[in-house]
Design a protein around this ligand. Structure first.
Ligand SMILES: NC(=O)C1=CN([C@@H]2O[C@H](COP(=O)(O)OP(=O)(O)OC[C@H]3O[C@@H](n4cnc5c(N)ncnc54)[C@H](OP(=O)(O)O)[C@@H]3O)[C@@H](O)[C@H]2O)C=CC1
Ligand SMILES: O=C(O)C1=N[C@H](C(=O)O)C[C@H](O)C1
Length: 249
């Protein structure tokens, strides 16, 4: 099968990082300018769409993908419920990957957090008092970031709650400093603490994930996937290909 043409919606920082890396890796790219929707249906379509724009644009992106049957990698954060519902409806016909954080480090951070949560909840069920620590999430982005908290911070908090049944004590935001982001989960017991942190210095981290996930989405069945489900699937395929036991989730 020929390499898919990657459609990128956006002209900002993330779009530039995805487009720059895609071209450096030899992918064909079509840019969909978010303020020129009337041009989107002109010329040959892409094979998959990577939305790097803004919540105001997501409905039009979903319309395009629905009409042309194109898989969608949705990278925009802080989507309102109405947009998320629109994407769920779209997923009946095409693969839709919800990808609020595309970096490998966030995937590993989330898996590490889940692993810790599973151990301490097992200890708590066995009757060990105080096994489950108090959690807190702190995210930092530059002052230019549009909303707070980041969707990534909300997802880390939700993962902790899902695994332990306890909400983090706080999900806090800091707006200062350089690109791109820091996400820190602090776990505190009275006598000790554990910090699971992830620092991103370049949007190339997200761009690499976006290109891999978009390529995965082409040819996959319609449905709604999280980016971490896609990474799980990729890791399982690598484990099979290298003859190792499949990754346990
Ligand atoms: N999934 C991930 O790993 C990552 C996700 N993100 C998320 O991706 C999104 C984009 O981030 P970033 O590239 O830094 O943002 P930028 O502000 O640099 O770019 C946003 C893009 O959307 C366009 N846009 C914004 N508002 C509108 C509007 N109302 N109508 C039409 N077009 C609009 C902008 O056009 P114009 O310049 O003309 O305003 C620009 O092309 C954010 O939601 C961010 O949180 C960011 C990094 C990583
Ligand atoms: O705006 C950003 O830069 C980022 N936004 C995403 C989020 O809100 O979770 C992911 C990452 O933090 C970069």
């Amino acid at each position: 099968m020929p390499e898919p043409v990657l459609g990128i919606v956006g002209t900002g920082r993330l779009a530039a990082a995805v487009g720059g890396l895609a071209q450096a890796e030899g992918h064909s790219v079509r840019v969909y300018e978010p303020r020129a929707v009337d041009t989107w249906r002109q010329g040959p379509a892409a094979d998959v769409v990577i939305d790097c724009s803004a919540p105001a644009v997501t409905g039009q992106v979903a319309d395009l993908c629905g009409e042309l049957g194109l898989p969608l990698v949705e990278c925009v954060s802080a989507l309102p419920d109405a947009q998320l519902q629109r994407l769920r409806a779209l997923a009946a016909g095409v693969p839709v990957v919800l990808a609020a954080n595309l970096s490998l480090g966030n995937y590993l951070q989330t898996r590490a957090l889940r692993s810790v949560a599973q151990v301490v909840t097992t200890m708590a069920r066995a009757g060990i008092d105080g096994a489950v620590p108090e959690a807190a999430v702190l995210e930092r982005h530059p002052a230019t970031k549009a909303h707070r908290p980041s969707t990534t911070a909300e997802l880390l908090a939700r993962e902790w709650t899902r695994q332990t049944g306890a909400d983090p004590a706080d999900v806090a935001s800091l707006r200062h400093g350089p690109a791109v982001s820091d996400h820190t989960v602090s776990l505190g017991w009275p006598e000790q603490s554990l910090v699971i942190g992830h620092h991103v210095a370049s949007l190339r981290a997200a761009a690499a994930g976006a290109i891999g996930v978009a390529t995965w989405a082409v040819g996959h069945a319609p449905g709604s996937y999280t980016v971490h489900e896609v990474f799980d699937d990729m890791v399982a395929a690598m484990a099979r290909a290298t003859g190792r036991a499949e990754e346990s989730q």
